[in-house]
Design a protein around this ligand. Structure first.
Ligand code: MLT
Length: 314
């Protein structure tokens, strides 16, 4: 090889369809964002991106699967705050290192978290919900997408602030958890705006507050946690695109270009805005920016999880 030359495989990349692992069930927030972005990326790359939902263990099963795939650019994934930050403290036997076992491609988006409940729940605002939760702590059902998932860890934070330990009901993603919330089979869910916004607009669930400093443009009528009386509850989560470690730099660069092009696509922007998702800022949509961000997020979440006193096994 002469200096600067690309390996032959990188020059012809991609020559066949790419598999994108989604570590949660179809129809949930990770899956919905991934499909919007993958469709635009595949046009840019000139190859199909095939979504494979590998759910289980709060997203750690699918993440482990990616680390076992060939590092040739034909296997990538969408990980998030749960699989690539909170999991480190939650799973003592985690089978991967979220930074060193992956080649980061770029941050995809950030999502606000909302406190939502079934329609029949007697509370009509956050203050009433907190009172209801304290009064019904032993029987209240908290749906989530598995230990270490975003819906799990963000409700753990809420429980720690309120001082309750309700019943935990794990699903393989918040797609199925949301279906059961709409059907009234579980009581409440801490979920990402992209999964919550369509349901709130359809009037099928209650949303008590959005856990960020400003209201979300997709749900302007839902108060912030500060407005609703719980200013301590602030949490925003993210999705990130990753390849297995050892994926050639030239291929990671090509995937990053396709990701950035997708995020700049007007159709993608409009669909993500309608769902209330925010686009990455600064250098977060670059491989180096994402690597540094992952390290910072692991450092941020580890003490939070340890303080909440929860561990999991996979
Ligand atoms: C979660 O961590 O709660 C997930 O993002 C759920 C999902 O994508 O289905």
């Amino acid at each position: 090889l002469v200096a600067g030359a690309m390996p032959a495989a990188a020059q012809t990349y991609p020559a066949r369809p790419i598999t994108m692992i989604i570590p949660f069930a179809a129809g949930g927030p990770t899956d919905v964002v991934a499909r919007i972005v993958a469709e635009a990326m595949s046009k840019n790359l000139g190859q199909a991106i095939v979504i494979e939902n590998v759910a289980g263990a709060g997203g750690t099963t699918g993440s482990t699967r990616l680390t076992q795939a060939a590092p040739d650019g034909y296997s990538i994934m969408i990980g998030h705050t749960g699989t690539h930050a909170a999991s480190v403290a939650l799973y003592p036997n985690l089978r991967y290192n979220p930074v060193s076992d992956f080649a980061p491609i770029g941050l995809v988006n950030t999502n606000a978290i909302l406190i939502t409940a079934k329609k029949a729940l007697p509370a009509n605002n956050l203050t009433e919900f907190v009172a209801w939760l304290k009064a019904n702590e032993r029987t209240a059902n908290n749906a989530h997408a598995g230990i270490g998932s975003v819906s799990h860890t963000t409700c753990l934070l809420l429980h720690a602030i309120i001082g309750v330990k309700p019943q935990s009901v794990p699903y393989r993603g918040t797609g199925p958890a949301m279906n059961d919330l709409v059907a009234g089979q579980v009581d409440y869910l801490c979920d990402q705006v992209v999964n919550v916004a369509p349901q709130v607009r359809a009037g099928t669930i209650k949303a008590f507050a959005v856990a960020q400093p400003q209201r979300n443009a997709a749900l302007p009528d839902v108060p912030t946690t500060a407005e609703a009386g719980l200013p301590a509850y602030q949490v925003v989560v993210w999705n990130a695109m990753l390849a297995p470690k050892g994926t050639p730099d030239a291929i990671v660069t090509r995937l990053n270009q396709a990701l950035v092009a997708a995020l700049n696509d007007d159709g993608v922007k409009a669909r993500l805005a309608e769902l209330g998702a925010d686009l990455p800022t600064g250098n977060l949509a670059t491989p180096a920016g994402l690597r540094a961000f992952l390290e910072a997020e692991i450092a941020k979440w580890t003490p939070v999880i340890k303080e909440a006193g929860v561990t999991a096994s996979n």
